[in-house]
Design a protein around this ligand. Structure first.
Ligand code: FNR
Length: 412
């Protein structure tokens, strides 16, 4: 049929009116129809679709330094590769004839219900990929009800991002500063701005040797990027001789002195526990013994993660660590996962291995770089659609039905 004829059919109802029974609550089917209907009129999606295409687009618009900072990892990037290989080694075993017409993507984490099984991972310095940085991401997330974890190292202050998120749930990721006064102030501000949990990142008390950044001699913080939470902090500012507005380099130096504390031990968690009533999650756990310690420390959750391969090169793929952590801690606290999530099928695999939810990382940054707020919103809509269809195709109506019998480890 010629395109013009199809267009007439489309406008007059025609073939699509007859298919109105396809109008379901399924975000996957709705998204497919929206796209395919436009296709009849010759309209193709405005933005790159796959995470790989988005990354290519981002590479073409970003400076070499910014692209490498986001894409890169520690050392030879063996762990970045391992993260993806671990997903590829696992196959989904779908089940048939199980009435999957109505599906729910909801999860319950830390006693709260989230509409989808993922949150946006804390990613710092988003100002290096887009002028609006975390605020653009927050607006896109808010428009779809996707919760966000905000980094301590964000380019915009936690209050500004909270405003952009409106009533959408948010967690605050803490890089635990050396100065306990600044740590307390961050926790207090996060709670006042409506963040409902604290994610303490444990794997970055020392910054890794990252070949690409070393080659580019590039660390964004030294150009005063990603320190908005510090420069807006009253306790941090008290430690400065001159204001950050007047003398940014003084603020950068003070930040560098305080950013992290490699002397921290498990005992210090007691202090942290006393400073906030919010639930605490530990991000960066890979060893079951550490998961046991987390349980004993009385925290509320664990995020199994190797920081997307950006910290310890050669570290275990996060997905390979997940079952061991779930088996020692999964009944006592909520275990979440990140490092390598790219598509709906990845989320399914992590959930089948026992994650209560996952964090989406680099792909949303590529979307931000490629097309700002609209790019992130578009990518998230596709990601949610893919998730919904994957769940149904695997033979499940909700994440409660998903377990290890739906996946199989393939031979290497
Ligand atoms: C990160 N990540 C991170 N984690 C964190 O706790 N605080 C932070 O500020 C940052 N910053 C950050 C910057 C960039 C550019 C990247 C790519 C990542 C790690 C992040 O939360 C998550 O663990 C990884 O992104 C997961 O790996 P994938 O899925 O992105 O490969």
């Amino acid at each position: 049929m010629r395109l013009r004829n199809l267009a007439v059919l489309f406008k007059g109802g025609g073939i699509f009116r007859k298919q109105e029974h396809l109008e379901t609550n399924s975000p996957g089917i709705r998204r497919q129809l929206e796209i395919y209907r436009k296709g009849v009129l010759g309209i193709r999606p405005r933005f790159p679709v796959s995470p790989e295409e988005l990354e290519n687009k981002a590479r073409s618009v970003l400076s070499r330094e910014a692209y490498d900072y986001v894409a890169g990892g520690a050392g030879a990037e063996i762990t970045i590769r391992k993260n993806r290989e671990a997903f590829e080694r696992i196959a989904i075993l779908p089940r048939m004839l199980r009435d999957v017409a109505e599906r729910s993507l909801e999860i319950s984490v830390l006693g709260a219900r989230f509409p989808y099984p993922f949150l946006l991972a804390p990613i710092g310095v988003q100002g290096i990929v887009h002028r609006e940085g975390e605020v653009a991401v927050a607006r896109a997330a808010a428009s779809l009800g996707v919760p966000m974890v905000l980094s301590t190292a964000s380019s915009r202050s936690l209050e500004e991002v909270a405003d952009a998120l409106g009533s959408v749930p948010r967690w605050y990721q803490l890089y635990w500063p050396k100065d306990p006064g600044i740590a307390k102030s961050f926790l207090h501000r996060a709670s006042a701005a409506g963040y409902s949990a604290i994610v303490v990142t444990l794997d970055t008390t020392i910054l890794a040797w990252r070949d690409r950044d070393i080659r580019n001699a590039y660390l964004p913080f030294l150009a005063a990027e990603g320190i908005a939470n510090y420069t807006s902090d009253p306790v941090f500012r008290k430690g400065l001789d001159r204001s950050p507005e007047e003398f940014p380099m003084g603020a950068v130096r003070h930040f560098a002195r305080n950013f992290s504390n490699p002397a921290l031990t498990w005992k210090d968690l007691r202090w942290l526990r006393k400073q906030t009533n919010l639930p605490i999650l530990l991000k960066g756990i890979l060893h079951p013994d550490d998961a046991r310690k987390a349980v004993r420390a009385g925290v509320d959750g664990i995020i199994v993660s190797n920081h997307g391969g950006r910290q310890l090169d050669g570290a275990l793929a996060a997905l390979d660590a997940l079952p061991g952590i779930v088996s020692v801690a999964g009944r006592k606290l909520d275990v979440l996962f990140d490092s390598g999530i790219r598509r709906g099928s990845d989320v399914f695999k992590a959930m089948a291995l026992g994650a209560k939810g996952v964090l989406l990382g680099r792909p949303y940054l590529w979307a931000l770089a490629a097309a700002g707020e609209a790019g992130v919103r578009n990518f998230l809509q596709n990601f949610i659609a893919d998730l919904d269809l994957t769940l149904g195709l695997a033979g499940c109506r909700s994440w409660k039905e998903v377990n290890s019998t739906f996946v199989k480890q393939e031979a290497y």
